[in-house]
Design a protein around this ligand. Structure first.
Ligand SMILES: Cc1cc2nc3c(=O)[nH]c(=O)nc-3n(C[C@H](O)[C@H](O)[C@H](O)COP(=O)(O)OP(=O)(O)OC[C@H]3O[C@@H](n4cnc5c(N)ncnc54)[C@H](O)[C@@H]3O)c2cc1C
Length: 541
């Protein structure tokens, strides 16, 4: 504290998963940061459950992938998705998702998508952030206002009756839907607010699957003549569940929810249950029109809001945190130009727009599915309606539940800190991921001889990969990096399959694991590559 003002490098407003993820990324780089969270940090109502493979790769980098996999449901609990009239009624469609969950690696990633609710995920992130010496977590502390100066921001925070000023080089808005910092700058969200209104019901019922004959599943969707407006999500593999109802009246008046009747309708018989809590929420299709200023940036739900169909909110936000972490650290360390931070918006806003669009398509496709009035009837007409709907669901809904292309295949095309190589952008696929080392893409996974994944090499510095015995010397490029004080490591990879996967003999990977440049030879002016990737060729805001 100096002159009554607390000093730090980065002030993070909001300690949800994205604020905590950013604090972890910064803390691992030794960057001083303070997280102010107005609540006590205890998750009382479950929201996000689905972590995609990319988020799991970030957790692997941070050393918590195993802790996450050991939390929530046991690894052998099925990730099955079921569509039924009710759980003692008719099954309409099923997705088994055998490639999700468990502790084995996937083919295209050392990690698989997992289902671990924030009930367990947030405490893991909190514990890790709190263990990092440069991170300070302050609960019961609310961000209220700030001013931005040329050289820093000064924010006001309150804790109980006390008020404090915090000066920082950067302020990051991670306050979720409140967007406390974004709104105070007058930055709007564009898109559609209020797609529909929902009530989430959190309850306990041990081994609910013993009350029906459809077996264990992770997600259940209930179909009736009015549409698919109710769902049931298993959380811990034992007894904790979240029931969702799309209903504006219940959203506005949760006290009217007759939980016993709602559950009896879904399960097809009355069941004993213990209500833990209810929480109304709204589905939005929104992206902020800008991602910040020179010293202020928005991340996570403060920057984008999507319907949960497909599970992209937390996952997209974690990508924001990872993109910001190394850039803030690099600019604060002095080896990157402030232009590197300007690329945060160029890289992450298009990814948010893409993921929000895909979530909304998933949401509307499910909401507008034509359902015959006979769907639940035990009659030939009912059987025909269920057969046709099941075929339709199997054909169109897989992309809501399996989206490795979305998770791993985003490319920072057009980023000012990536050196394009003139190759055309790959097709943007949803369900399947197609590896590429094209500049801007996530550097693909392959196993190394020592049992690590090649992506385990990335995270702290730039890594210049040399592939095959014919690879040219990396020395001129490495020397250009060192001349500008930019941390770089050279790694030589001999394995022919990995060399073929990476396509070029030299591939430069950034500290976030994205390819920044590739070629078969070092150009005459390697210093120009260094200046592009460290943001020196980009105008700061
Ligand atoms: C029903 C439902 C299911 C979902 N399922 C998934 C899923 O499976 N996968 C997925 O990826 N996403 C899912 N999401 C979305 C996911 O929950 C959010 O995207 C995610 O929580 C966003 O994290 P965040 O840290 O940006 O914001 P939040 O989690 O909202 O955290 C923001 C934090 O900021 C704090 N805060 C607010 N104002 C202030 C202030 N002035 N000062 C200090 N602190 C402040 C809040 O208390 C809060 O803790 C789901 C959402 C819902 C509603």
């Amino acid at each position: 504290m100096a002159n009554g003002v607390t000093e730090t490098s980065v002030l993070i407003a909001g300690g949800g998963p994205v604020g905590l993820g950013l604090a972890v990324d910064l803390g691992r780089r030794g960057v001083p940061c303070i997280v102010v969270e107005r609540n006590d940090g205890v998750i009382r109502h479950p929201r996000a459950t689905a972590e995609n493979a990319r988020t799991m790769e970030f957790f692997r980098r941070w050393g918590i992938a195993d802790a996450v996999k050991n939390a929530g449901a046991p690894p052998d609990f099925p990730h099955t998705v079921l569509y039924v009239t009710n759980l003692n009624g008719f099954e309409i469609a099923r997705f088994d998702r055998a490639a999700h969950g468990g502790k084995q690696a996937a083919e295209t990633s050392p990690e698989r998508p997992q289902r671990v609710n924030q009930l367990w995920l947030d405490p893991i992130l909190q514990e890790l952030a709190a263990s990092l010496p440069s991170v300070s977590l302050r609960y019961g502390c609310e961000f209220t206002a700030f001013i931005e100066r040329d050289d820093r921001i000064v924010a006001s925070v309150t804790a109980g009756d006390s008020r404090e000023e915090i000066a920082a080089s950067y302020l990051i808005d991670c306050t979720g839907i409140r967007g406390a910092v974004r709104r105070s700058l007058g930055v709007e969200m564009e898109g559609r607010a209020g797609l529909d209104y929902n009530l989430s019901i959190f309850f306990k019922l041990p081994e609910l699957w013993t009350y029906h004959d459809k077996g264990k599943a992770a997600l259940h969707f209930f179909v009736d003549a009015n549409g698919i407006k109710r769902n049931l999500i298993q959380l811990d593999g034992r007894e904790l569940w979240r029931f969702g109802v799309c209903d504006q009246t219940l959203y506005e008046h949760p006290e009217l929810a007759d939980v016993g009747t709602l559950l009896a309708e879904a399960i097809g018989r009355p069941v004993p249950f213990e209500l833990i809590g209810v929480s109304p929420w709204t589905a939005h299709d929104l992206v902020a029109t800008s991602y910040g200023t020179r010293r202020v940036f928005f991340a996570g739900d403060a920057a984008h809001l999507n319907p949960p169909d497909g599970g992209f909110g937390l996952n997209t936000g974690m990508g924001d945190a990872v993109d910001l972490g190394w850039k803030l650290s690099a600019v604060l360390a002095g080896w990157a130009s402030p232009g590197l931070l300007a690329s945060y918006e160029s890289e992450r806003r298009p990814v948010a727009a893409r993921n929000v669009r895909q979530s909304t398509e998933n949401h509307l496709r499910a909401a507008h599915m034509a359902i015959e009035p006979t769907i639940a009837e035990d009659s030939p007409a009912g059987a025909a309606a269920r057969g046709a709907l099941g075929d339709h669901i199997r054909r169109v809904q897989g992309r809501t539940f399996i989206s490795d292309g979305t998770a791993l295949g985003y490319v920072y095309d057009g980023s000012p800190v990536i050196c394009p190589d003139g190759t055309p952008p790959p097709e943007d696929t949803i369900m399947e991921y197609h590896p590429t080392s094209r500049p801007g893409a996530r550097a693909p996974h392959a196993w190394l001889a020592d049992g690590r994944s090649i992506i385990d090499l990335f995270g702290t510095s730039y890594v210049l990969l040399r592939f095959g015995s014919e690879a040219p010397s990396a020395d001129p490029l490495a020397a250009a990096f060192r001349q500008r004080g930019v941390p770089v490591r050279v790694e030589s990879i001999g394995d022919p399959a990995t060399s073929a996967l990476y396509e070029k003999r030299l591939v430069l990977v950034r500290p976030d694991g994205h390819v920044a440049w590739r070629a078969d030879a070092i150009p005459e002016r390697p210093d120009r590559i260094v200046d592009v990737v460290r943001g020196a060729a980009v105008a700061a805001r």
